[in-house]
Design a binder for this molecule. Structure first.
Ligand SMILES: [Zn+2]
Length: 476
């Protein structure tokens, strides 16, 4: 079902991200650690909304939402407020959800950011804080189940809702954005996106030729997002192609059958009768406070990559790849303090350190230190060792935990630039003359011969090797 090229597709995303790093819910002291608990174990009169109770806003929740806003380049409001979103559904025992609103006097915590995805700019319309509803469990499928069960442990868990403009044109773009968003949010230390249900996504899709705006609700994983969107693009495309019309509605993604099914006609905002939450006063976010949050916010991979390009001259792609691994980035930054050539360090880390060796630099099995690598790269840079030699030394460093100056092997004894010594190795390889004739005709064979010499004598200076071979085959 590949319809990536369908023209005029517009997709906007609404992502709900639980702030799983919080210990308690957004407006009450109930534990937020609800996974694996007995149903309805983590509830209190506040999250049930019983008469006479008052919600108290979790300050850490505000701080975490601001961290996300900063990372997505949004403008944080100086004063923000909460609204009631009214609807009758069993997952809300209060019949309303405490949320935020961007109209009629409502001010969400942040708005107007953007994320750069390669050449594409994805605009962020707003970020808001709200509470998660409870969870309904159906017997069998959602449409055939004769009853549903409700668990309020999740009711009141802090959610950050991130709303994008309809800037995506393919399902793939949406998926790439979501993966990037997840890694950003994890780097901020506010949420573990791997936990089941911690990041959920709704998508609005419209296809040119049809007036309909279809919302697909509650897609659980990013792999499913791509599948659900491609299904919807195809379904709506079929309608407009045959002169029929898709209707504006809310649909549910049925993972098991890989189809969307109609839930209800789309609600208008008026259906929710938004009004200001009378029990929570406006929240003032002073410049001083915002500055404090900003300085306490961990650097996300994207910002780190930009800094590497700007300050340490890395190529954008190298910077991006390096920044994705936090441990390796840290190692890189420590190394650059004693060996100033950032690009060379980065290329070594990404080119010469295979994935399975990385724990030797960053993990508990750490045996190579930034100082050790600096020493090695300085030797390579000044021509005291050749690249094959440096690779061999690096291998020994990972195995022994020693710095190059502490190693005893012959690899560290310096480059062999003596033509006489190299000549002996070359003549062993050239043998009867057929190899030499081939190397004379064919540059590939010549380079192969250089490689063979370096394999037998890793300390040989490659320039001297090439010169010696050229001279020797010329004589034949
Ligand atoms: Zn509670």
């Amino acid at each position: 079902m590949k319809r990536e090229e369908t023209a005029g597709v517009r997709i906007g995303l609404e992502i709900h991200c639980q702030l799983t790093a919080l210990k308690t819910k957004l407006f009450c002291p109930c534990s937020s650690d609800y996974r694996g608990r007995q149903p309805n174990e983590l509830v209190c009169p506040v999250c049930f909304g019983l008469p006479g109770t008052l919600p108290v806003l979790n300050g850490k929740g505000v701080e975490y939402a601001i961290r996300i806003a900063n990372a997505l380049g949004c403008k944080v409001a100086g004063e923000t407020n909460f609204y009631r979103k009214n609807y009758f559904y069993p997952d809300l025992s209060k019949n309303f959800q405490i949320s935020q609103y961007d109209k009629a006097g409502g001010v969400p915590i942040a708005s107007g950011g953007h994320v750069q995805l390669g050449g594409k700019r994805v605009r962020i319309r707003r970020i808001q804080l709200e509470e998660d509803p409870g969870k309904l469990t159906y017997e069998g499928t959602i449409e055939k189940s004769s009853y549903s069960l409700v668990d309020y442990n999740r009711a009141g868990i802090a959610l950050v809702e991130i709303v994008t403009e309809p800037d995506f044109e393919t399902a793939k773009e949406a998926k790439v954005f979501l993966e990037r968003l997840r890694s950003t949010i994890e780097a901020l230390g506010v949420s573990d996106g791997e936990l089941e249900g911690a990041m959920r996504c709704d998508a609005n899709i419209s296809v040119a030729g049809g007036e309909a705006r279809v919302e697909v609700k509650n897609i659980s994983s990013f792999r499913e997002v791509e599948k659900a969107l491609n299904y919807e693009i195809l379904r709506q495309g079929t309608f407009s192609g045959t002169g029929g019309l898709a209707v504006s509605e809310t649909r549910h993604w049925d993972e098991r059958r890989s189809i969307t099914i109609s839930l209800r006609l789309k609600e208008g905002e008026q259906d929710y009768r938004y009004f200001p939450e009378p029990d929570i006063p406006a929240v003032i976010l002073s410049q001083g406070y915002l500055e404090q949050v900003r300085s306490a916010t961990p650097e996300v991979p994207e910002a780190r990559a930009e800094r590497y390009v700007r300050e340490l001259n890395l190529a954008p792609q190298t910077a991006e790849e390096l920044s994705r691994d936090e441990g390796l980035s840290l190692f890189f930054e420590e190394t650059v303090r004693s060996f100033k050539k950032g690009p060379e360090i980065a290329n070594w880390l990404l080119g010469e350190v295979p994935e399975q060796t990385r724990p030797k630099l960053t993990g508990e099995e750490r045996s190579v230190t930034p100082q050790g690598l600096s020493e090695l790269l300085a030797m390579l840079d000044s021509g005291r060792v050749t690249r094959p030699q440096a690779k061999e030394i690096f291998k020994q460093m990972t195995a022994t935990g020693n710095r190059p100056s502490e190693l005893k092997g012959s690899e560290t004894e310096g480059v062999v630039a003596d033509e006489g010594a190299i000549e002996k190795v070359v003549s062993r390889l050239i043998g009867e003359g057929e190899v030499a004739r081939e190397a004379k005709r064919n540059p590939k064979a010549f380079n192969y011969l250089v490689g063979q010499v370096l394999r037998l004598e890793p300390r040989a200076d490659p320039k001297v090797v090439a010169k010696t071979i050229a001279r020797m085959i010329g004589e034949q």
